[in-house]
Ligand binder design. Structure first.
Ligand SMILES: [Zn+2]
Length: 318
């Protein structure tokens, strides 16, 4: 019996310490309207009506909402992601319910994304008839044209139906988007479609100091109804681009290693529209809408395409 009391006291103390941490963090992000903010206005449309919760409890699990100041950024070791906390996600028990919600934290005082947290299920996903929209109007913090950046969703469109919500888009590399984040997004999407269960899901971009481009994103997922036996992960995905140097303050990207850089751009390729003479990244939303007979997939360098009379697309900015 004594032991149980001791454990209870320790847990209470830990909770107390955690809660006061949260208070300090809130102070840090002065200017933002609290940590947890309602989903954007567009959310009212019936197609993917989600209940948005403003539970105070979220603040604790989002150790996060600090702009990542107290998150120790791991060293990049040629792997797109690395496990955090032995891959064990940390979520407040109060959030582990069968109720869907999505919250997108307010931008911090530098205009940077904070934390996106959601309890994902089929009802947070885009409707069958919903199409991916144009997100080119959003310029996430650190965005710089023609540097090969992608607008990365914190919570992917296929999971949230969020298109151009500025609280959900960061400046990221193709490498982070596809090699780092996508495997986890796919896993969650697959799990939800198979089971109809909920997955608690949290993504926080981690910024070093006052950098405008994040060093990476901290991602966690936990399947609720089966206590994490379906989905359970806690990882950091690096916002790097092999073969390139990134200036995280300005968003400038420069070639560091010609050989690796060339290989990277070949791996990625471009899609040409032979009618409009524009070139796109394969991930660009315009590519899906393009007529098949105008579409051409190439592994030519950017410079060669421009020389051949092609222009970079204004949406994906390749
Ligand atoms: Zn494009």
């Amino acid at each position: 019996m004594k032991k149980i009391w001791l454990i209870s006291i320790i847990v209470l103390l830990a909770l107390f310490a955690f809660a006061s941490c949260g208070d300090v963090d809130e102070g840090d992000s002065a200017g933002s309207v609290g940590n947890v903010t309602e989903t954007s206005e567009e959310e009212t449309e019936a197609e993917h009506s989600t209940t948005t919760e403003t539970a105070a409890t979220t603040a604790t699990s989002a150790d996060a909402n600090t702009g990542g100041e107290d998150f120790a950024i791991p060293e990049f070791a040629d792997e797109p992601s690395v496990e955090i906390n032995h891959n064990v996600p940390v979520f407040d028990d109060a959030l582990k319910t069968g109720k869907s919600f999505e919250t997108y934290g307010a931008l911090d005082k530098y205009g940077r994304c904070t934390t996106a947290i959601a309890n994902l299920s089929t009802d947070t996903q885009p409707g069958a008839s919903e199409e991916r929209g144009d997100i080119s109007s959003v310029h996430p913090s650190g965005w710089k044209s023609e540097q090969g950046w992608e607008r990365c969703h914190l919570i992917g469109w296929q999971l949230s139906g969020e298109n151009d919500n500025p609280r959900n888009l960061v400046t990221g590399t193709h490498y982070m988007n596809v090699e780092g984040m996508l495997p986890y997004e796919n896993m969650v999407e697959w799990y939800i479609s198979e089971t109809g269960n909920h997955v608690l899901y949290e993504v926080t971009p981690i910024f070093e100091g006052k950098n405008m481009v994040c060093a990476g994103v901290h991602m966690q997922g936990y399947s609720v109804e089966d206590d994490g036996s379906g989905v359970s992960f806690n990882v950091f995905c690096f916002n790097v681009k092999p073969g390139y140097d990134i200036n995280y303050k300005t968003g400038e990207v420069t070639v560091a290693d010609e050989e690796i850089a060339r290989q990277q751009s070949f791996d990625r390729g471009y899609v040409l529209n032979t009618s409009t003479m524009k070139f796109h990244y394969p991930s660009c939303s315009s590519v899906e809408k393009m007529a098949e007979h105008n579409k051409e997939y190439v592994e030519t360098s950017r410079e060669e395409l421009i020389e051949a009379g092609y222009e970079p697309c204004g949406n994906c900015e390749p």
